[in-house]
Design a protein around this ligand. Structure first.
Ligand code: HEC
Length: 398
């Protein structure tokens, strides 16, 4: 019923928008109701706000801003990026980014038009109204692949010379590989051996991890081999870009849908790996008696520059944040569970990592059982004990 009401209200808003602003495009600001609807959708869970933030400023070093972005000057380009995504090195108003934006497919034409119209008028932007029909046409005719910077710029080039200089793409060179990490760097990108909703995070002290938001779980941790490379985008068999990854994980969480050979690919340099659709995985590492439903991802925030991942299992909200150990020889995963509850965390022991916890005892097969009281706040440390030998990955996952 509410859905129907919203639809009708939206239709009214759109009609009002059509009447008020279509004769002269972008001449005046659009109907306030259309803007309010666009704002509501922009701020919705999992929407643009998750990355570009409520103030439209993006996130330093990883997500470009929409506030003041010159990319928005071409509405067809904004529609194309929203519908197909964009991955690769880009410049926005003179600043460099290298990340990936997944296609925003949860919005229909009317909703996406409202969001983009809001974006076009928020934070001092002034780029006109976008009609649902423009979105519908683009959805029907754009090529389906995620855009590379080259392709989007070829299809929708920047007009002015100075604008084209400040915006566009750039060639990554070796310097763009992170050598010394001084504060956490969060990349939202397609990672090998993870669902499409993966994060790659570099921590000060040069330990790196892949955290899978699609499944609310840590996938693997590494330090050898460096962070993901910016100078090459690999294409998976699904036509999605996968970050170049040369790392050798010292810890890999076991998952029913990931076989040891999948991990083998992780350490291969020149390869064209698919990323694995693990959405059907059933072996969530945290179990609470009586809860069978899969976890749901609530988003992440940066606390003191460190991502804090939030997810829910039944009625329990779990927070997880990961830092490098003081000795810089591994990582510590800190959890809070609220309301606290008796639970089990399943880790994956192997010969290259030592597992310890602040509360309870981790069994030899990696199980940590905690009482409700203990679960409120606890940490698990994963220490890299890879022997310093020149041999490559030993495939520790059984
Ligand atoms: C999961 C994170 C994420 C979400 C959600 C997201 N974006 Fe993006 N967006 C990015 C990243 C990362 C880039 C830069 C991609 C690159 O580096 O190649 C980007 C780039 C852009 C750009 C071009 C560069 C700029 O700053 O102007 C536009 C326009 C844009 N996004 C609009 C949107 C809109 C509108 C939505 C919601 C409908 C949205 N994005 C949702 C992450 C996201």
């Amino acid at each position: 019923m509410l859905g129907k009401f919203i639809k009708t209200a939206q239709a009214a808003v759109i009609i009002a928008a059509l009447i008020t602003c279509c004769q002269v495009s972008a001449a005046k600001s659009p109907d306030p109701e259309l803007l309010a609807e666009g704002k509501r959708l922009y701020l919705g869970a999992g929407s643009c706000v998750a990355c570009h933030m409520a103030d439209g400023k993006g996130q330093i070093g990883s997500i470009p801003p929409l506030a003041g972005s010159e990319w928005l000057k071409d509405n067809d380009r904004s529609i194309a990026i929203s519908l197909r995504g964009l991955a690769g090195p880009i410049k926005v108003n003179g600043k460099r980014y290298y990340s990936a934006m997944p296609p925003q497919l949860m919005f229909d034409d009317t909703k996406l038009a409202a969001i983009l119209t809001y974006v076009n008028h928020a934070w001092g932007n002034d780029h006109g109204v976008i009609q649902p029909k423009q979105v519908a046409d683009a959805r029907a005719k754009l090529p389906i692949d995620v855009y590379t910077p080259e392709k989007i710029l070829k299809a929708f080039p920047f007009k002015g010379k100075s604008e084209a200089k400040r915006n566009g793409t750039y060639k990554l060179d070796f310097d763009d590989t992170l050598t010394e990490v001084t504060e956490p760097v969060v990349y939202r990108t397609f990672m090998p051996g993870a669902s499409p909703a993966a994060f790659a995070v570099a921590l000060p002290g040069n330990h790196y991890y892949c955290w899978d938001a699609g499944e609310c779980r840590l996938r693997y941790v590494w330090t050898k081999g460096g962070f993901i490379r910016g100078n090459k985008v690999h294409w998976s068999s699904n036509g999605k870009p996968v970050a170049e990854f040369n790392g050798v994980p010292y810890y890999r969480a076991k998952s029913s849908l990931l076989k040891p050979e999948h991990y083998q690919h992780l350490a291969e340099v020149e390869r064209d790996v698919p990323f694995y659709d693990t959405s059907e995985a059933s072996d969530f590492p945290i179990t609470i008696a009586g809860i069978d439903s899969p976890p749901s991802y609530l988003g992440y925030r940066l606390v003191d520059h460190y991502p804090l991942f939030r997810y829910r299992l039944g009625d329990h909200e779990i927070h997880e944040t990961i830092r490098v150990t003081e000795a810089k020889n591994g990582i510590t995963r800190s959890f809070t569970i609220s309301p606290p509850v008796a639970m089990t965390l399943q880790l994956t022991p192997n010969e290259t990592a030592q597992l310890t916890s602040t509360t309870g005892t981790i069994t030899p097969n990696g199980t940590l059982q905690l009482s409700a009281e203990q679960s409120a706040s606890f940490s698990v440390t994963i220490t890299d004990i890879t022997p310093p030998s020149p041999t490559t990955s030993t495939g520790g996952v059984k």
